[in-house]
Design a protein around this ligand. Structure first.
Ligand SMILES: [Zn+2]
Ligand SMILES: [Zn+2]
Length: 163
């Protein structure tokens, strides 16, 4: 596979390079201007908050961001309710139930539902860019599918390099 015109991969790259999609509303410490990193928007529907770092500080050049703002992060583990008008992005379901990744989700969702079990899910950035929180770049995956997706994309890269 090469990056032909019109390929989805190329389109993503073009989007990333050309379109201003980062929320540049970052903290503006005087004197820290040059240091400030892109700070993506919280992924929850209806939330206008900006994400908080998982590691590092807001003023670091390249902190590792969470996908949620501080309020939603705490709400996700029940510290307080979500703000009015905000619905969580995560629903506790794996998007790969429809085999969109080309392999089957291993979780028995019927059984999990019947037993009232909740399944821990991750938010996956489809294009691999953790700062790209545009809705179309996000999907919710169970841990197994997230791992398998990463493993397979590694394999695909190796194949490409070997070819
Ligand atoms: Zn939020
Ligand atoms: Zn899954």
């Amino acid at each position: 596979m090469s990056l032909e015109e019109g390929s989805p991969i190329l389109q993503i790259m073009v989007d990333l390079l050309v379109k201003p999609h980062y929320n540049s509303n970052t903290l503006t410490h005087t004197g820290a201007e040059k240091m400030k990193a892109f700070r993506p928007k919280c992924i929850n529907h209806g939330c206008i908050g900006l994400v908080v770092p998982m590691e590092g500080r807001i003023t670091d050049p390249n902190p590792r961001w969470r996908v949620h703002c501080g309020h939603c992060q705490a709400a996700s583990y029940g510290k307080w309710p979500h703000r009015p008008g905000v619905t969580p992005f995560k629903t506790g379901r794996c998007s790969n139930i429809d085999r969109r990744l080309g392999f089957a989700c291993l979780i028995n969702w019927k059984l999990a539902g019947a037993e009232g079990r909740t399944v821990k899910t991750d938010v996956d950035h489809k294009n691999g860019n953790p700062n790209d929180n545009r809705p179309r770049n996000l999907q919710e995956l169970c841990g197994d599918c997230h791992y398998e997706k990463g493993r397979r994309s590694g394999d695909f890269n190796n194949q490409r390099h070997a070819a």
